[in-house]
Design a protein around this ligand. Sequence first.
Ligand code: MN
Length: 494
Amino acid sequence: MGYDELANKIAYLSKPDQQLVRHAFLFAQKCHEGQVRNTGEPYVQHAIAAAGTIADLHLDAKTVAAALLHDTCEDTDLTLNDLRKEFGREIANLVDGVTKLSKIRITTKWLFVKEKEQLAEYDRQIETLRKMFVAMSSDIRVVILKLADRLHNMQTLDGVPKEKRYRIAKETLAIYAPLAYRLGMGEVKGKLEDLAFPYVYPEEYAALKKKAAGRLVEKERYILQFKKKILAKLYKDGIKGQIHGRTKHMYSLWRKLQRYDNDLSHIYDLVALRIIVNSVEECYKALGIIHNNWKPLVGRIKDYIAMPKPNGYRSIHTTVFGPGGEIVEIQIRSKEMHEQAEFGIAAHWHYSEKKGGIDYLLRKVSRAPKKELVWVNELAKWQKAVGDNKEMESDLGMDFFSDRIFVYTPTGDVKDLPIGATPIDFAYAVHTDLGNHVGGAKVNGKMVDLAHELKRGDIVDIIKKKNASPKRDWLEFAKTSLARGKIKSQIKGK
Ligand code: MN
């Protein structure tokens, strides 16, 4: 993709905003001059692709500009200060945020976990990484930028050295796609998963492709015929809708098959029909028309308009016996719902206003119609979960993350602790037994006092001593309720 294509995509922006994007492009082009990606294309192509995704989501000009500039500080001599001077604080902060997020990685230790006992701990690690991802993004646009960046990296993953591909694809499946889902960005989520699938599960992917190929062709042909029949019926009743045949994403098909005994004939939405109409009223009217003509399957009607999914997804789903008795899933939604389902958070939020901060979004929730912003509520809940509710008072207006720090074990695992936490809190967060036998602690390689206050990003190494045990004075500096509870029960036991 060249700049011309991006220029077309940003037609929704004002003239001065388009100029800002062009300025950012020229600047990025100069910064990356002579740099080539592993794929052999000029580096700036990557920046343009990321910016294209942001423009597709119709985000504000500053976010598009930040996408163009997102790697300028990382891979060149340019500093954040230079960027601030040229483009102002807001854009520089977005770029800085994206750079920081690059540090969130699955450590090698967890990449190939298979044993059951370890999987529970793996899940906890991954969930912490996801939370950290959002916690480190003071501005929600940073998360979206990082998703756009990852999307293009996945599209060009073949250019990356082979040994790196697995980790990148695995992170995409474990962290990035679920984030996109939680932000309601269905389209990005589906793309990320399908791009990662062949790298993480190559054999399963090949087998599924072979298995589904014939059935897919058959079904697509059938759907095309059915679509014409439905269109005619809708038209007769005055509904001018659009109908798309929608092939299920491979990765979500694979996941679904595992729940259905691997039996393809039980998957009714292999190719689904999606009807897009103009209003909520027409959605229900269309549903009536469909059921009137083709018998619905019992128990398969889901009204996500009356009851949206937690991430804000709205549509009506039904499954009917189509012509010839073939079972077909049909999704009905309005144009607005469709945009929201594809673009999620971005569709809700066009950032016409200056601030994009999470706390700003959250404040907005209290004033917005509830059903339209379910996702924000969900995001708020999720972010609240980062903080320990027992330990801190939180309300929607505050920044939940200013009270948390993330520190590392010597093997790179992440622990999420409140500000002011000490090596004692850390030890109990790792394991009760470790907490009960703290003999000493090293932070970033240096011995420290047990009352030492941990800082964001510290690497903490607890020295375990068999005969050590909790002391009463630990209660004077242990911060978490977990550690305090364990210490008290140990002291009592003596
Ligand atoms: Mn990048």
